[in-house]
Design a protein around this ligand. Sequence first.
Ligand code: GTP
Ligand code: MG
Length: 191
Amino acid sequence: MKINLPYAGIVLLIGPSNSGKSTLLRELVKKGDILTSEVISSDECRILVGDIDFIDYQRSERDEADILYDQYQHISAEAFSILDQIIQSRCRLNKLTFVDATHLYPDDRKKYIAIARANHVPIVSIIMDVDQNDLLTRDKNRENPRGIKRIKQQYQVFKREKRFIKKEGYLATYTISNSSAVEIVRSNNPV
Ligand code: GTP
Ligand code: MG
């Protein structure tokens, strides 16, 4: 699939864990289609501020799970604060930025639509649409599995949300299920 991208602005990846967001972006960097510095991910920001990208609180006993959940929420809040600041700076500098996070809830996406509008740059969405069974199989084989419960929860939200995304105000919305079949076409026009 051909994906047309503006010169500057925000490219929002949308999809549950294991839908292949980070894999797609890594492949695009490897192909030379995009720069490493054009990608910002919530996982990387969690590591930057809190040393970890994931806490598996759902596997713990109740009391411990509550503590770990709180820790994860705090780290996530600080991570997104940094992430949003970087995106805003890059928009002000007329740069293109790929945001690698799940963006499953409307408020997560609205925030970036507002940032793009405030900075007079476009926003494009790329929906990673992968079957639940494939998400679960990939989770089993990955280094730090996110867990069946979490994947199923995320998939339910994604299934509910995906029909609304197109109408949220993006310059374009692309839906892909296979990252290897993506061809990026970038605009050279900085206006
Ligand atoms: P989160 O960061 O948890 O939100 O997930 P993600 O959407 O970034 O998924 P990621 O790209 O990290 O991929 C998760 C696992 O799925 C990895 O083990 C990948 O190798 C695997 N994976 C990603 N894309 C594909 C694909 O197109 N086909 C197959 N078979 N596996 C894939
Ligand atoms: Mg990822």
